[in-house]
Design a protein around this ligand. Structure first.
Ligand SMILES: [Zn+2]
Length: 323
């Protein structure tokens, strides 16, 4: 049986060595270098409009633009999504009236904390991803007709944890409010004290409350707004000593988390435990105000609380009760 076989005829052009030099062997691999992918930030800019987010409560797909216009509240079930400090300030204050204080204050790694990542590298990465220097923004602004001292926390920065910068910025804000005789609003969201700073973060609980005591002595009003979640060292200090304490719907508010409490007490926790609604029923907070009604409601509260101060400058009527 005849077979045909093809043999490659040399053309005289082949070289015994490959014409292209293979990449040098490094780290035991010969893979070519991967092309650089665009960074997350630039990719986000390139995404066209038409992005949807699934609501974690009612599972409806919500158009992102609609969500933004609705102040990050689900239009169907009113679930309140987390909102950044800058967006919140934008939603509450009169345009261009926010004069930020201590904008450049940053934490230092005083304990030389090392873990999976060092504290310094954590700070750097959060500063990059959030555009904030720390977990709170403070400043003087106009809320409706009221000149007000406003502090707003951001959970996106290291879980809104209170380190020395958060404590110091808030203390300076409270002291400025006392000095200028201004009402004070602090909008809290926090996982508690910042463990990377050890005792320095715990000290902030006493420091902020001491400044608030002077503010109260001057008979100036302080409204504390609790948003999801406000827990631990923050809830155990300045967040819980407002003349008025109001919360957003569904916010989780407490000291220790429900799992820890359940394990410690070995008791079944009641339904809705540690939610704003539960705490309103039990008298810890004064009101629940949806995000979209927050600004008019705060203006109304400030109208009441500063009525005496506006009338003939009588200091007695500035706050209903000293803290
Ligand atoms: Zn929803």
């Amino acid at each position: 049986m005849a077979t045909t076989s093809f043999t490659k005829k040399p053309l005289g052009l082949e070289t015994p060595e490959p014409a292209v030099t293979p990449p040098p062997v490094a780290n035991g691999t010969t893979f070519a270098k991967k092309p650089k992918l665009p960074s997350r930030k630039s990719r986000k800019r390139d995404i066209p409009e038409g992005l949807w987010t699934k609501c974690p409560k009612c599972e409806t797909m919500v158009f992102d633009k609609e969500l933004d216009e609705n102040l990050k509240v689900c239009p169907r079930c009113q679930h309140h999504y987390p909102i950044g400090a800058r967006e919140r300030i934008h939603s509450l204050v009169e345009t261009c009236t926010f004069e930020e204080m201590d904008a450049e204050m940053t934490s230092v790694d005083v304990l030389g904390f090392t873990g999976v990542a060092s504290y310094t590298s954590k700070l750097e990465s959060y500063q990059k991803s959030t555009g904030l220097k720390d977990a709170v923004l403070t400043g003087i602004c106009n809320v409706g007709p009221h000149r007000t001292a406003l502090g707003v926390m951001d959970f996106g920065f290291l879980g809104g944890s209170m380190g020395s910068v958060v404590g110091e910025k808030l203390t300076r804000l409270i002291e400025r409010a006392t000095e200028k005789e201004l009402p004070l609003i602090i909008i809290s969201t926090s996982g508690g004290a910042r463990m990377y700073e050890g005792m320095f973060s715990l000290m902030q609980m006493a420091k902020t409350c001491a400044a608030l005591a002077y503010h109260a002595q001057a008979r100036l009003p302080y409204i504390s707004v609790l948003t999801h979640p406000t827990t631990a060292g923050v809830m155990a200090s300045y967040a819980s000593v407002g003349d008025l304490i109001i919360a957003e719907p569904g916010a989780m508010i407490g000291f220790a988390g429900p799992r820890v409490i359940k394990d410690t007490t070995q008791a079944e926790l009641p339904p809705g435990f540690q939610t704003a609604e539960f705490l309103l029923d039990h008298g810890l907070i004064d009101a629940i105000v949806p995000r979209k009604e927050m600004k008019p409601q705060l203006i109304e509260y400030l109208d009441y609380l500063t009525a005496g101060a506006r009338r003939n400058g009588e200091p007695e009527a500035r706050t209903p009760q000293p803290r």
